[in-house]
Write a protein that binds this ligand. Structure first.
Ligand code: SF4
Length: 76
């Protein structure tokens, strides 16, 4: 899957790094590092991170689907 974090929106709350530590990591106090091409096996963790991000900064595009969306199962 591919993912993008809108770093202008990201407030460094680190929920994503807590829920999907293999994909997201905090670097220093506020900057977020992430793997933009996370493994499919991270799908559940990433979905939790997307749902938990208080500012909706994480956009995910799952393989086999077209177009990014912010919430799995949600409206596009
Ligand atoms: S949960 Fe959202 S606001 Fe917090 S670090 Fe992750 S992307 Fe940024």
């Amino acid at each position: 899957m591919r993912l993008v974090v809108d770093l202008n929106r990201c407030q460094g709350y680190a929920q994503c790094a807590f829920l999907a530590p293999d994909v997201f990591a905090m670097h220093g106090d506020e900057s977020l590092l992430y793997n933009p091409e996370a493994d499919e096996e991270q799908r559940e963790n990433v979905a939790r991170a997307v749902a938990a991000c208080p500012v909706g900064a994480i956009l995910v595009e799952y393989d086999g689907e077209d177009g990014p969306r912010t919430h799995p199962g949600g409206a596009r």
